[in-house]
Design a protein. Structure first.
Length: 256
């Protein structure tokens, strides 16, 4: 049993027990070492799932690297811990499957291109981009002319705002609500319109440009319009009705 002293504590314990049965110490130690080696090889042959999570998170952060206007938050759902994949000897390939986005709730593909043990799986993830956006402070009715006191900047996840949002409080002054809103409603471009700058019956200037020539004529508006709207105008000289774009108060641009 004195030969057992050359081994570590675990091996020595086994050695002393089995030596009483007449089994050589070196056989016992070899069995212990061999068992440890087999366990190590088995562990090394399995792909660490945390590496998959890290690869997906890095990929999504990289894909949204231009989103510097807000705080990026990435959450990755770990794969099922019971999953056993062969350890990948090459760099994991991460990709966006067809029909998926890199923001909001999404699915990301991960694959191993190792020809000896190729595999692929799909991982669920959520990407949020938090930034301050304009919201209504209180309920307001359709047609309300907005001012800076009517809105507030509140942090929201804009990754899910597919219809857009507004962030510049100075650009909403004087704009009108197209629809009634409740308190906390996120203001988006489709909810607002510019104020009417030309009303039906207003005398306007018809302006036409082309080939370096500018022509101005007097007209009368037949419909209301804001800057950028196309309205109908009667030319007071020819009495023809034309369409033009409102460029400013009292000025409508037409094509030759």
């Amino acid at each position: 049993m004195s030969k057992c002293r050359r081994f570590n504590a675990r091996a020595m314990d086994f050695c002393q027990k089995w030596a009483r049965l007449g089994i050589a110490a070196w056989v016992v130690a070899a069995a212990v070492v061999a068992g440890s080696w087999v366990q190590a090889v088995h562990a090394e042959g399995i792909q660490p799932l945390n590496a998959v999570v890290v690869a997906v998170r890095s990929y999504l952060v990289q894909q949204n690297g231009n989103s510097k206007a807000g705080q990026l938050k990435v959450a990755v759902t770990p794969p099922d811990p019971r999953l056993r994949l062969a350890a990948c000897r090459t760099k994991l390939r991460v990709f966006t499957p067809p029909g998926q986005n890199t923001v909001g709730d999404t699915v990301v593909g991960v694959g191993c291109t190792d020809v000896s043990n190729p595999w692929s799986l799909y991982v669920q993830a959520s990407v949020a981009l938090i930034r301050p956006v304009l919201v209504a402070r209180y309920p307001m009715s359709r047609g309300t002319a907005l001012s800076s006191s009517d809105v507030a900047l509140v942090n929201k996840d804009v990754a899910r705002m597919t219809q857009g949002y507004l962030v510049d409080i100075n650009k909403i002054n004087g704009m009108l609500l197209k629809y009634s809103v409740t308190a906390g409603t996120v203001l988006r471009p489709a909810l607002l319109r510019l104020p009417i700058t030309i009303k039906r019956g207003d005398h306007v200037v018809l302006m036409a440009q082309g080939g370096g020539i500018q022509v101005k004529m007097a007209g009368i508006a037949l419909t209301d319009g804001a800057v950028g709207d196309v309205i109908r105008v009667r030319n007071l000289s020819s009495h023809r009705v034309v369409q033009g774009t409102v460029v400013s108060a009292g000025v409508v641009q037409v094509q030759f």
